[in-house]
Design a protein around this ligand. Sequence first.
Ligand code: UT7
Length: 320
Amino acid sequence: MTSKVMGTGSYVPENIVTNEDLAKLVDTSDEWIVSRTGIHERRIAMDEGTSAMAAEAGRRALENAGIGAEELDVIVLATTTPDNLPPSGACEVQAALGAVNAVAFDIAAACTGFEFALTMVQAYVQTGVYRTGLVIGAECLSKIVDWTDRATCVLFGDGAGAAVVRADESGVIHSVLGSDGTKGPVLTCTSRSTGNFLNGREPKLGYVYMDGQEVFRFAVKKVPECIRRVLDESNTDINEIKYFVLHQANLRICESVAKRLHVSMDRIPMNIGAYGNTSGATVPILLDELNREGKLERGDKIVLCGFGGGLTWGAVLLEW
Ligand code: UT7
């Protein structure tokens, strides 16, 4: 038994922030941002947080799947920007959706969060622990971005994407996930570290820091490597893959992956121009767009692939 994607949903805040808007805030330009990243604009949440966006994406995914919230056995929310600690964002989603029979929890794997969460739910389904799951990637990165740092603030956006999966004969075929904690310092955000009444230190809350070039080098090597592995280990020919749904971190990274895999960019859909990098939400938002545009047919094989903070990476091969 495996898990089939029954429906998808996504949500992005209404508020659009263009490159020109950011050029009024920091020393940057539309030309620099577009040529280095492919980003034209991003959505930034005003009043809503991660849980509200996740719940709306989840509600849309349930509607698309034709499945009631009470049918869900498990909700896994992948996020690095939860609104609260606790309750988990997944518990807030459960409450908002009325998913009374679901166990709900968050996982943190940064930009690979959706692939980690989907693989975890797949393991539950495969072993018969749960039958129906809601997998969400949602981020409110605008809360942890330093809006005075041009090296990072132009890259990120807010949003959420979700998929409802259910036990079936076909669906997820194979996953390859990985982590390298020794490279953690290249992409960090301090959160309430090491402050307590005994040591007298104030809890420290930081902003996102990224060694962009280091992450770039890691991505262009690791993404093709783990895609090749997921294909090899499942005896799948690369020509069988209709789409490679890649984490939207940088258009140039995706172009480099296309080159290294010898596939054309028509098989690597992009939406980074409209939303920027929404971390764990990019892949499910893109998947939802493909689904709603009618670009996926039952039986199509696709690969989802994420990479980012941790460092983490992961590729999931699935039959639609
Ligand atoms: O989702 C998590 C994973 N994250 C990623 O995959 C991100 C991977 N990294 C990247 O996408 C790229 O490294 C960036 C887009 C972050 C940066 O592009 P780059 O081509 O590596 O630029 P750079 O960091 O080498 O910076 C080049 C120049 C520097 O100036 P100097 O030293 O050459 O004078 C920067 O100070 O561009 C400058 N710069 C900017 N200029 C205008 C950096 N940010 C900006 C900016 N506007 N926003």
